[in-house]
Structures are given as C-alpha cells and as structure tokens.
Design a protein around this ligand. Sequence first.
Ligand SMILES: Cc1cc2nc3c(=O)[nH]c(=O)nc-3n(C[C@H](O)[C@H](O)[C@H](O)COP(=O)(O)OP(=O)(O)OC[C@H]3O[C@@H](n4cnc5c(N)ncnc54)[C@H](O)[C@@H]3O)c2cc1C
Length: 477
Amino acid sequence: MQPDSPAPKRMVRFLLGSRSDWHLTRPRWPRLRSGLHLVGPIAVALSTLASYVAFAGATGDGGSVALGLWVGAASIILMSWSFLLAVRLRWMERFFGGLDSIYRVHRWAGTLAVVLMFLHTSIEPEIEGGIRGASRSVAETAEDLAGTGELMIYGLVALSLVRIFPYRLWRLTHKLLGIPFAFACWHFFTAEKPYANASAWGWWFGFWMIAGIVAYLARVFVRDMAARGQEFQVVAAEHSGSTTRLELKPLGRPLGHQTGQFAFLKLKTSGMSEPHPFTIASSPHRTNLVFYIRHLGDWSQRLTTLHLIGTRATLEGPYGQFQPHSPDHEPSLWIAGGVGITPFLAALDTDEPILQRPTLLYAVRSVENNPIVDLLMDAERQGRVKLRIFTSETGRLTPAALDEEFPNGLAGVHVALCGPNGLVTSMADAAAARGAAAIETEDFDIRQGFGPERSTEIDSVLKRGLQRTQVVLSQAD
Ligand SMILES: Cc1cc2nc3c(=O)[nH]c(=O)nc-3n(C[C@H](O)[C@H](O)[C@H](O)COP(=O)(O)OP(=O)(O)OC[C@H]3O[C@@H](n4cnc5c(N)ncnc54)[C@H](O)[C@@H]3O)c2cc1C
C-alpha cells in the first residue's frame, strides 16, 4: 500500500484485498473412503432428479412447462436438504464422509437451489388443466410473497459469498434464509400443478417442505439457542505469540473423540458464547482436552484479555472423519500449515510406539518461542515423527519437497493435509500427481467464499459507530 495515496483510495484497496483473495478455488468433491460416503450425495441427487416424474406430462404455454415446474420443485427439495445438513446430525457424517463434506454438500445444494429458482422464474411455466392447491387469490398472494422471498434469497446468498462481510454478522443473516424458504413452499403448495396436494406426489413434496422447515427451526431455535453439548472447565490457558493453548477438564461424561476430530467450543463468559470449531489437539486416551487456538478475529483475540482459568465451557461434538494415520497401516505423509498442525498433534500425543513413523512437512511463520514447534521437535527426538519445518527463512513448502522426501513417488503412501486452503489444494494436487494411495484433507473454513477476510476491522468500525451513536443519544437525553 502506498503511504502517500489518498485515504479513500487506500480504504478501497484495503477492502478489496489482493487479486489472490478473489482467487476461485477449484471445488473439492466429498472424499470417498467407503462406499457408504456416497449414500448421502446419491440420496440428494436422486430425490431431486426423481421428482421430475411428477411433472413429466405437464403441458401449457411454451414448450418447457414440465421443466419449468420441475426446476421450481427441485429448488425446494435442494433447499430442504441444505437445511437438513445444517442441523449437524452426527449420524449423517457416515453417509457423507464427515462434517466438512456435509457442509460442502450443504453449500452446493444451496447454490444449485438458487440457480434452479432463477431458472423457474425465468421460464414462468403456465400449466394447462393443472390442479390449484388453493383459491386463485390465495395462490396469487403466495406467488407475490415468493417473488419477495426470491429477492431476499439473492441478497442473503450474495452476503454468503463475499467474505468481507464479517462472519459473526453473516451467521445472523444466514439464519433468515428460512423465511424465503417458507414463502417458496407456500407458493408451491398453492400453485397449479399436475397432481393434487392430497395425492402421493403431494405427500412426497409435502414431506420435503415440512422436513426443511422443521430442520430450519431445529437449527435456529434448538441447536443455536439451547444449551447443548458437554460441560468442561478451563484448567490451563497459555498465550504465546499469536496462539492460545487451552486445556479443558470434563465435568461430566468425556467427549469420546477420535484422533483428528474437532468440537464446537463455547465459553461461559461475556461475549464468548458463540460456538467456534476447534480440533482437539490431545490424544483420545487423555482425560483433559487440549486446543491450540490462533488469534484470528474477534472471538479468538478476546481469549488473551480474559481470565480463563476456572471458566466453564461447553463442547458440542465430536465431529469429523479426518484420519492422520492410514487405517490400512500404509506409511503416512503429513502436510500442515500454521494452526493446521492440530490434528497431527493429537496423533503424536501418544505414549505408545508409532509403528509407521510418519513424515511431517510443516509450514510455519516462525520457530522462535513457538511451543508447537518445541512439541514437534520433542516428538522427533523420541523417534515418533520425521520432521521438516519450512519458514520464510528456510524456504517455502512447495511440491519439490515431496520429491526430496519420496523420490520414488507416493504410491502406497497415505497423505493427510491440513492448513490454509492454497497450501492444501496445491500440495494435494501434487500428491495426487505423484500417485498417493489416499489423500485426506480437513477444511478449517466452514463458510468459504471470495474476497479478503476483514472481520476484525469491519467489526471494530461497526462497534465504534455504535458506541458513538450511544454517546450522541445519551447527550441528547
Ligand atoms: C473443522 C475445523 C477445525 C478447526 N480447528 C482449528 C484449530 O484447531 N485451531 C484454530 O486456531 N482454528 C481452528 N479452526 C478455525 C477456527 O474455527 C476459526 O479460526 C475461529 O472460529 C475464528 O473465529 P474468530 O471470531 O476469532 O475470527 P473471525 O475473524 O470472526 O473469523 C475468521 C474465520 O473463521 C471462521 N469462523 C469464525 N467464526 C466461526 C464460527 N462461529 N464457526 C465456524 N467458523 C467460524 C470463518 O471462516 C471466518 O471467516 C477450525 C475450523 C474448522 C472448521
């Protein structure tokens, strides 16, 4: 940034970020470790596609009445799936391959639903001889409402896509999506269709509409508002550099996690009740759970200002199916960037001998005063890992490191990656090109989207604005 450029220009540049912030990351498909992981995505696709049969014979103005009606119905089914997946039901993980895959399908289903809704309104299907679900006036009012809902959806989805809109606020706006969904359902129910609402097809679509609304209510009013999860207490909190190490003692049942899993953490102290996902960095065999939390934004930075010892915490989970070690005992290659090291810390936190010593390539900003690096070096000294650290001084982690460590390629090697999106994608592609037997990745980003992350800065500007308004109002009193 030029120091002498005018302030508004600098502000615009800051808000827009750099070109790389807007880089389109190639979508990664849900990983398939077992055939069971296909069941979820296939159920989503089949329930959407099969619904075409309900409209196949529809005719009317123009040639695409059947298609126009079906895309509207398909949009509702996909939105319903999107709400169902957002409830974070743990039993669903096995049918999708983990919560990160569930969120990936959630985003794709939501995006496709919006595209299909746009197609539906562009086609404007007018069926001949259809059965209306309510009187003409009710159906017309419902159609108007659906039009309002459509605009609302476009706005809410646009906010989801640009990361410049702070996560905390986005989370609140995302909860409004149930309103346009209810409008769309009401329009669908009352509109003219080739079948009656009391027929088998009527029940089929009724099921999806009710399932979507129930899932939405469960997510917003039960999962987000009711106290859920297991009770813990903070017994240690150490801050070093840009990271806090938290140790939590269970007050009731233990969480019962597997290596590589994560949980949503809430702290019962002012301003910390929003659940945030963090990987459990300690072994499943230990009673206390350890988290390493990078100070990224509002919530995580506040950790350094609070007295945490003794604070009650709630953990919801465990979630995730990330496996640092190969279930088939293949040799492992671990690739981590920054705080993406946490699932591997859990894997190394063991007193038992590790049969296949993994190779760990770790990209980190600095090794000075870094307790995580000290832990890794200890593990290497004890022969539990073969460690290579990459910093800006020693050189960046690039695919060349794979050739240096595995000159004969990665056939038969289990590769697990966790860290910043750019690093994970480039190294996962490189590992695939070198014939890796399996590639495991964990996303540390539930929302995804484009543009620079400006949560902290925008939040603090909004808060300053709010404080100033309060001062003005109190002076006016
Ligand atoms: C599966 C998973 C495991 C993770 N494990 C770790 C870990 O071990 N250590 C670590 O430091 N970080 C981890 N993260 C990232 C961590 O959740 C975010 O850095 C943290 O929530 C940032 O919150 P903030 O308010 O301080 O920052 P903000 O600046 O508000 O947010 C920064 C980014 O963090 C994400 N985020 C913010 N709030 C939430 C929320 N309530 N729920 C979900 N995501 C949110 C969003 O992508 C947002 O863009 C993990 C994330 C996921 C999805």
